[in-house]
Design a protein around this ligand. Structure first.
Ligand SMILES: Cc1cc2nc3c(=O)[nH]c(=O)nc-3n(C[C@H](O)[C@H](O)[C@H](O)COP(=O)(O)OP(=O)(O)OC[C@H]3O[C@@H](n4cnc5c(N)ncnc54)[C@H](O)[C@@H]3O)c2cc1C
Length: 385
């Protein structure tokens, strides 16, 4: 067995890293996850995630967690309306959309990030995740690596897997290829107790999503299971300028939003009036689609660390979980003579799949932030008015 007596370190306890840890433990591997969050109760922010049959759901199935997922996901959260900048509804699938069907490739159940993380965490052996372990650097030690963390601790690993997201600190040990800016920037935030604070948006959400398009900009709102919502608004860099805005200060953010989203109705401003501060500005980056590197003997990447892509095709988390599944299969495939050959095989097909998903995400980002985006979105969802 390739992993006999090998200690594996996964850097990053996001959906990709935790899925891999679970899959490896099911096969009896020795694995630790080093996560920079202080503890498991750190708040997991962000929009909800829809899992796809052939990737995210398949990884959960192989991890023996699909039944648990079925108890935890949010039925109906995949339903949505499409509106314009005045919040006028042009499309809704709340009535017509088929219900739960885990056998259908078109059924994309939604789960909040926090519950997905908890589901994966609870499936791991006690003490698998070493919290408060922000990776800083690693140095060769024997055949493996000595890892250094910000809290002053060190750990040894025979194999290191970077699952530490788009700003990966493991990636530079493998390749000097860097992400490029997509030309689109956005801002992420949340509102709690939406029913009380922003009843109009709460009413429109109906436990699902709102996708708003107008003037080359978009505003996406996702309801969450705890009565809160996550929102994300975005535009091209020549349309919205994130520089020089203090996102900790509502008094600065609101005039800035009114200026850059000048034709947008007051209902969107209400979201910002009630949002938790600070908001999170996110310039959208992507890894190049043609990236290639030589496989190393005992270090690899998965998820955003390997192939950060814009969020406009809903593929990021699905790709991260699929990577975990494919990497685990390669590491337990006895046809490979050594770990490096297993990593090389995994990386080659991973890059191919990720490039296709990133291409779709970049193209979606272009038309979602271009002329006629509302009409194109309506056509995409069947042209229903
Ligand atoms: C606004 C927005 C909306 C999105 N919507 C969707 C969507 O609808 N569907 C979808 O599929 N994807 C979506 N994505 C993308 C998705 O969130 C990512 O692709 C996915 O989370 C990647 O998972 P990961 O495990 O690779 O990395 P991450 O989720 O980024 O996890 C990385 C983990 O590593 C930890 N970490 C980072 N650095 C260190 C370090 N130095 N040391 C130790 N730990 C570290 C982090 O704390 C984190 O826990 C969206 C992204 C954004 C920004």
């Amino acid at each position: 067995m390739l992993l006999q007596d090998k200690q594996i370190a996964i850097i990053g306890g996001g959906p990709g890293g935790l899925t891999l840890a679970r899959l490896l433990q099911l096969k009896g591997a020795m694995v630790k996850v080093y996560e920079r969050d202080l503890n498991k109760d750190a708040r997991v922010q962000g929009t909800t995630l829809d899992l796809h049959k052939e990737s995210g759901l398949e990884a959960l199935l192989q991890a023996g967690l699909l039944d648990e997922f079925k108890k935890t996901y949010r039925p109906g959260a995949d339903k949505m309306i499409i509106v314009n900048e005045n919040a006028e509804v042009f499309f809704s699938d709340h009535e017509g959309k088929p219900g739960t069907d885990f056998d259908s490739e078109h059924f994309r159940p939604e789960i909040d990030r926090g519950p997905l993380r908890n589901l994966l965490l609870e499936s791991l052996h006690a003490d698998t995740v070493v919290w408060d372990s922000q990776f800083l650097a690693m140095y060769k030690q024997g055949d493996g690596w000595l890892l250094q963390f910000k809290n002053g601790t060190n750990a040894y690993a025979d194999i290191v897997i970077g699952a530490d997201g788009g700003n990966s600190k493991i990636r530079p040990y493998i390749t000097s290829i860097k992400p490029f800016y997509s030309g689109i920037s956005g801002v992420l935030g949340s509102v709690y107790e939406t029913e009380v604070k922003i009843p109009l948006i709460h009413e429109l959400l109906k436990g699902g999503k709102i996708m708003a398009f107008g003037g080359g900009k978009s505003f996406i709102v996702s309801s969450k299971g705890d009565g809160s919502l996550a929102f994300y608004f975005s535009g091209r860099v020549d349309e919205i300028q994130l520089k020089n805005v203090n996102f900790t200060d509502r008094g600065e953010v609101i005039p800035w939003f009114k200026n850059d989203f000048d034709n947008w109705a007051g209902v969107w401003v209400d979201v910002l009036e009630n949002a938790e501060m600070p908001l999170m500005p996110i310039p959208i980056y992507s890894m190049p689609l043609d990236q290639v590197w030589e496989a190393l003997p005992n270090v690899t990447l998965l998820g955003d660390a390997a192939h950060l892509m814009p969020p406009f095709a809903g593929e990021g988390v699905n790709m991260a979980m699929l990577d975990a599944l494919e990497l685990c299969k390669c590491l337990f495939n006895d046809h490979f003579s050594d770990v490096q050959t297993a990593i090389a095989s995994y990386e080659s097909q991973m890059r191919k799949k990720a490039a296709a998903a990133a291409k779709e995400s970049l193209e979606n980002g272009e038309w979602m932030h271009g002329v006629g985006s509302l009409e194109k979105m309506l056509a995409f969802f069947g042209g229903a008015h």
